[in-house]
Design a protein. Structure first.
Length: 346
């Protein structure tokens, strides 16, 4: 309540990206105080063992994860774990550091409880992240979301993904192949059947050479056609991927309450939050049904409360992730969702 009534309105007065970095600083400072991590975990971390899930050979303390993009560079994984997340996904990481797209590039749509971003894979590079991950908290499941540098031609993209895979292999529990961001020019072309098959086959070949191969998932866009979704299912089964994450942000502006002139002034970018909830659930349900649930599905898109999470899980998701719902809901979001899920299981 304090967050929604006082803290969020103050943060929403700031530029969205500046507010993000400001919040990171506050979290880092507060949780560095004596006993702060212990107190925060005791207050916010769900304790219901019935929420534990075994997925992809991994044990998740609860099914609510933090989606990629919030902590791209693994700067705050220990602190964010105190908020009760069952797992945290870092990235998207690229082989070399890159600035991303020009600012401003992150925008709030309060009338829609949504965000628009065109960040463009801004990150410090995979090497910087691996250095931080050497001190990762014990017992926390971490996913590594990987992509290609903006100036890498699509014909050479496989090398970028393999570079990230090799660098992160010792430090993450699962991988996510991101070819679905709308903010890197030409990236979504890698979702087409031929280039996507080649990319995933190369990654799996490298993975299977390891003594302990790790789960690899594919993150897909909500804007795919039925034929494209069918192709995705075929490719995932053919390459024996662990599963998919459905979905990334949408380029659609359909149904938004935000005035069209405001949207025009913002320009391009992917929409996340409540406007993508129904479509992401549709994609999850279609993939789960059409594939006879032969692989893992992590659902993401418009999850703000326990009802939203249950919707995704009922549609066929094994786990879910939040981002925009965390921005709008604040530190107790995971606790509220898990409390609602626990109540429905009672």
């Amino acid at each position: 309540m304090l967050y929604r009534l006082i803290i969020r309105p103050l943060l929403f007065q700031m530029d969205a990206e500046k507010a993000h970095h400001f919040t990171f600083g506050i979290i880092k400072f507060f949780l560095s105080l004596p006993f702060a991590k212990t107190i925060t975990r005791a207050w916010l971390a769900p304790q219901d063992k019935h929420l534990q899930k075994q997925v992809m050979g991994l044990t998740f303390t609860n099914p609510i994860g933090l989606a990629a993009g919030f902590d791209k560079d693994a700067r705050l994984i220990e602190e964010l774990a105190c908020f009760g997340f069952g797992f945290i996904e870092i990235g998207t990481l690229t082989p070399r550091p890159q600035q991303g797209n020009p600012k401003p590039r992150l925008f709030r749509l309060p009338q829609d409880e949504a965000l628009i971003n065109r960040m463009g894979f801004n990150n410090e590079g995979v090497t910087a992240a691996t250095q931080r991950l050497q001190k990762r908290p014990a017992g926390l499941i971490i996913g590594g979301n990987i992509g290609k540098n903006k100036d890498t031609p699509n014909e050479e993209a496989i090398c970028d993904y393999l570079t990230c895979f090799e660098a992160l292999y010792e430090y993450v529990d699962y991988f996510v192949v991101n070819v679905s961001s709308p903010n890197t020019p030409g990236l979504r072309q890698l979702q087409e059947k031929e280039p996507l098959t080649a990319l995933l086959q190369a990654l799996q070949a490298q993975n299977l050479q390891k003594a302990k191969p790790k789960p690899i998932l594919l993150k897909i866009a909500p804007d795919l056609s039925v034929q494209q979704l069918d192709d995705i299912i075929d490719i995932v089964l053919q390459t024996k991927l662990a599963g998919v994450i459905a979905t990334n942000t949408t380029v659609s502006r359909e149904g938004l309450r935000t005035p069209s002139e405001q949207l025009a002034s913002i320009g391009n970018g992917g929409v996340s939050g409540k406007p993508v909830r129904c479509r992401s659930t549709e994609v999850i349900r279609y993939i789960a049904t059409k594939s006879n649930k032969q692989f893992t599905i992590i659902g993401v898109g418009g999850i703000f409360n326990a009802e939203d999470a249950r919707e995704k899980l009922a549609a066929g998701a094994d786990l879910v992730q939040i981002y925009t719902g965390f921005v709008y809901g604040g530190p107790a979001t995971v606790k509220r969702i898990c409390r609602g899920l626990s109540a429905s299981c009672a």
